[in-house]
Design a protein around this ligand. Structure first.
Ligand SMILES: [Mn+2]
Length: 273
């Protein structure tokens, strides 16, 4: 498994669980000097000017791109893949396809988290989930042109009422007309929603495409009470070889959160670093 750390370029998401903020060049320099293998970027959109210099920054610092987030589509533009308005839905699809292309040219997958939206109170869930199913099928096939999967992230109940658990995610993925959608398992969301984190990880098995490496309180790994030994044991058992990406609050500050994360990673993988 390899290490990654998040960088948000979305001012409207300030206060969110991203380790580094705003300054892509500085974040790359700090991630590289701490020994991370990769960064995970949350751009303001497919046309974020920072994405122009991203390839050269990655090369300069010998970093990979682990994944790219699409949440700015929701945070900045209130777009979702379940909006019943066809015009809004199409703009959401275009936004996500743009991110898939930006990430895909660097060999990385895009993430669908908050862009799944939520079901309006009192309305029927069935058509909402059908829209999400159709969207993920089309976007999963779209991502295949870059030889990368599309990542679907179950979120806790305070962020969506659609896909909350690994089981919800597995059922949706199994229903799709594509095999190119994988699950992003976020240990913070899992701590809220799962009966057992190890059992849910084992159930997800080969469908796990990415891991958000974060503690129970959304602080850096080791700043909460998660049993990382059992988590890593199950990930090894199911053959997971992807990233453990720190999507955590910059607490008490960005550098401390990044330093804590890499220390925990080295403790868990003494021979890989
Ligand atoms: Mn996450």
């Amino acid at each position: 498994m390899r290490s990654s750390v998040t960088v948000s370029l979305v001012p409207e998401a300030r206060g969110g669980p991203f380790v580094f903020w705003d300054q892509l060049g500085e974040a790359c320099a700090q991630a590289a000097s701490l020994g991370f293998d990769a960064i995970e970027v949350f751009p303001s959109g497919p046309d974020d000017p920072a994405l122009i210099i991203l390839p050269s920054l990655l090369a300069q610092h010998s970093l990979r791109l682990a994944a790219m987030g699409t949440g700015a589509g929701w945070v900045k533009h209130q777009l979702t893949l379940t909006n019943p308005d066809p015009e809004v839905f199409q703009r959401a699809m275009s936004f996500v396809k743009g991110i898939i292309d930006q990430a895909g040219r660097l060999g990385a997958p895009a993430i669908i988290g908050s862009m799944q939206g939520r079901n309006a109170p009192g309305s029927d869930r069935v058509p909402t989930l059908l829209r999400l199913k159709d969207a993920l099928t089309e976007l999963g096939d779209y991502a295949a042109q870059h030889q990368v999967p599309l990542l679907l992230e179950p979120l806790n109940r305070y962020e969506t009422n659609l896909i909350n658990t690994v089981d919800d995610g597995l059922n949706l993925v199994a229903s799709l007309g594509t095999t190119n959608v994988k699950l992003l398992v976020d240990l913070f969301h899992m701590n809220i929603e799962e009966t057992s984190i190890p059992l849910a990880l084992r159930a997800a098995g080969a469908t796990i495409g990415h891991v958000h490496f974060v503690d129970t309180n959304r602080r850096a790994a080791g700043f909460g009470h998660l049993d990382y030994g059992s988590v890593i044991g199950i990930l090894k058992e199911v053959g997971y070889k992807g990233y453990l990406s720190a999507e955590a609050l910059p607490w008490p500050d960005s550098i401390s959160a990044a330093t804590q994360t890499i220390a925990k990673f080295k403790e868990l993988f003494p021979r890989e670093t």
